[in-house]
Design a protein around this ligand. Structure first.
Ligand code: ISC
Ligand code: MG
Length: 467
C-alpha cells in the first residue's frame, strides 16, 4: 500500500475554488506524487466496480511509458467531422491554460493528460456498433498511474466549480485511499470462453471485392486502398477486459497495448504501429506496411524475412506509405530523417517492412494537428489519401469506428503519442468484433490478402482465447 502526503492538494483546491468563483469557469487541479511501484494491471483491475466504463490502459513497445487511467474528471468530445482534431486540441488548450498543476518535476506522461481516440472516417455512415464512441472522444482521468522509465507516479485530477466546497478534498482522499488499497490485492485474471466465431462478410465476397478493386487500381488514378474485414465472436460470459489485457501483455511485448472503455464497451488491441510521438521538439513517426508470416523455425523465419525484404509487391505497398509520411512530416518539421531502405519489424504472429521517421518540429507544431495531417496514412487508408478513403467508404462492408484510427494521449506540455488502432477489437459484454485489413495494390492476389488478414486477427483471437 502507498501512503501519500496530502497537504499540497488542499492548498491547490483552495486556490482553484477561488479562481472558479471569480472566473465562473471550472478549474482543473492536478497533483502528481512519486509512489512505490504499483502493478499497472492490478491498478486497472482495482477500478472494475467503481470505474468500469471509465478506464484506459496504455503501454508503449519499449515500456518507457505505461499509463492507466481511472474515472473521468472531464470528457472532451467532438462530433464535428474533419474539425474534430482542431476542436479537441483547442478544448484541451483551454482546460490546461486555467489548470493548477502541483508537481515536483517535469515528467512526460504525468500530471494532466487526456487519453482517447478519433474515428477512422467521420463521413462513413454510422451503425450501432460504435454508438459509444463519437468521432473524437478523450477522457481526463480522475486518477492516473504513470510508470515512466520504471518509476511510478500517481496523478490526482479534480475539477473545481464555483459551487464546490473545500470538503471535496476529504472525499477525494478517501476515494484514492480505497483505490490504492484495492490495487494492492492481486487478483487472478479470468480467461474468456469462446462459443462461436463468425466472419461478418463471407470470405468469397470479401475476395471478390479485392479482385474488383485490383481491376480498378490497374485502370484508374488510385494506387493503393486498404480493405478490412470483421470477425464477430460470441462468448459464454462477459469478456474479462483484465484477462484479455493480461494475455496481450504476455504475448505481444513489442506492441502498443491499449484499452479504452466508454459506457460499458471497450476498444482494445496490440498495435505494432506508431502514428506519431512528440517529445519536446522531436517528432517520431513510423511507416509499417508489407507483411509476411513468421516461420516455424529460426531458419524459416529468416528466409521469410528475406523474401519480404525483396518482394516487389510488398516494397511498393510500403513505399507508398514512406512517400506520404515523409511529405506530411516535412510540412510539420524543420528537418526530417529516415533510412533509405526498410528493415523488418517482427511481432509474435507476423513480420512487416518498417521505416522509422524522425523530425525536428516547427516551433508552432501541436500534436493533434500532426495527427490530423498524417491520418490516415496509406498503411490504413491508401494513396492518394482522399480518394482512397472515399473508395473505402463506398465499398467496405464495415463500420471501422476507431479501428485503424489514431489512439493515444496528450499531456499538458503538448507531449504525447498516438498509435494506429490495428490488431484490435471492440468488446461488448459477451461479444466482440475483431478487425483486420491489408493494403491492396495492383499486384495483390485476393487469396493471399485474405490469408494476411487471417494472420492479423491472431493477436486478438489468441488473447480472447479463440486460437
Ligand atoms: C491495416 C492493418 O495493417 C496495416 C499495417 C501493417 C501492414 C499492413 C499490410 O501489409 O497490409 C497494413 O497496411 C491491419 O492490421 O489491420
Ligand atoms: Mg499487406
Amino acid at each position: 500500500m502507498v501512503t501519500l502526503l496530502n497537504t499540497e492538494l488542499k492548498i491547490g483546491i483552495e486556490q482553484a475554488l477561488g479562481r472558479a468563483k471569480t472566473s465562473l469557469v471550472p478549474v482543473l487541479v492536478s497533483e502528481v506524487q512519486k509512489v512505490d511501484h504499483i502493478e499497472p494491471l492490478s491498478f486497472f483491475a482495482a477500478g472494475i466496480e467503481k470505474y468500469m466504463g471509465e478506464r484506459f490502459f496504455w503501454k508503449d513497445p519499449t515500456e518507457e511509458t505505461v499509463l492507466v487511467g481511472m474515472g473521468t474528471c472531464k470528457q472532451i468530445q467532438s462530433i464535428n467531422g474533419n474539425e474534430r482534431f482542431t476542436e479537441t486540441q483547442m478544448e484541451w488548450n483551454r482546460l490546461i491554460s486555467e489548470a493548477i498543476i502541483l508537481k515536483e518535476q517535469e515528467k512526460m506522461g504525468t500530471g494532466p493528460i487526456m487519453f482517447g481516440g478519433f474515428s477512422f472516417d467521420p463521413l462513413k455512415e454510422k451503425t450501432s456498433l460504435w454508438s459509444k464512441y463519437p468521432d473524437a472522444l478523450f477522457h481526463v482521468p480522475k486518477y492516473l498511474l504513470s510508470i515512466i522509465e520504471g518509476q511510478a507516479y500517481l496523478t490526482t485530477n479534480i475539477i473545481c466549480t464555483q459551487h464546490d466546497q473545500l470538503s471535496i478534498v476529504d472525499q477525494v482522499l478517501e476515494e484514492r485511499h480505497s483505490l490504492l488499497s484495492l490495487a494492492s490485492l492481486v487478483k487472478p485474471f479470468a480467461k474468456s470462453r469462446l462459443i462461436e466465431e463468425k466472419e461478418v462478410v463471407h470470405p468469397s465476397e470479401w475476395k471478390n471485392s479485392v479482385r474488383n478493386l485490383v481491376e480498378e487500381l490497374k485502370n484508374g488514378q488510385l494506387k493503393k486502398v486498404v480493405l478490412a474485414r470483421e470477425l464477430r465472436l460470441i462468448f459464454h460470459d462477459e469478456v474479462s477486459i483484465e484477462g484479455v489485457l493480461n494475455k496481450l501483455l504476455e504475448e505481444q511485448k513489442g506492441s502498443f497495448i491499449f484499452a479504452f472503455e466508454s459506457n460499458g464497451d471497450c476498444f482494445l488491441g496490440a498495435s505494432p504501429e506508431r502514428l506519431v510521438k512528440k517529445e519536446g521538439n522531436q517528432l517520431f513517426s513510423t511507416c509499417l506496411a508489407g507483411s509476411i508470416a513468421r516461420g516455424k523455425t529460426e531458419d524459416e523465419d529468416a528466409k521469410l524475412g528475406q523474401i519480404l525484404l525483396n518482394d516487389q509487391k510488398n516494397l511498393i505497398e510500403h513505399h507508398y506509405v514512406v512517400e506520404m509520411i515523409k511529405e506530411a512530416m516535412e510540412q510539420e518539421c524543420l528537418e526530417v530523417r529516415l533510412p533509405e531502405q526498410p528493415t523488418l519489424l517482427k511481432t509474435r504472429d507476423i513480420q512487416h517492412l518498417y521505416t522509422p521517421v524522425v523530425g525536428i518540429a516547427n516551433p508552432d507544431c501541436s500534436l493533434l494537428l500532426v495527427v490530423n495531417s498524417l491520418h490516415p496514412t496509406p498503411a490504413l487508408g491508401g494513396l492518394p489519401q482522399k480518394a482512397s478513403v472515399e473508395k473505402i467508404r463506398e465499398i467496405e462492408a464495415l463500420d471501422r469506428g476507431l479501428y485503424a484510427a489514431p489512439i493515444g494521449w496528450l499531456d499538458y506540455a503538448g507531449n504525447g503519442e498516438f498509435a494506429v488502432a490495428i490488431r484490435s477489437a471492440l468488446i461488448q459484454k459477451n461479444e466482440a468484433s475483431l478487425f483486420a485489413g491489408c493494403g491492396i495494390v495492383q499486384d495483390s492476389d485476393a487469396d493471399s490478402e485474405y490469408v494476411e488478414t487471417k494472420i492479423k486477427f491472431r493477436p486478438m483471437l489468441s488473447a480472447l482465447g479463440g486460437f
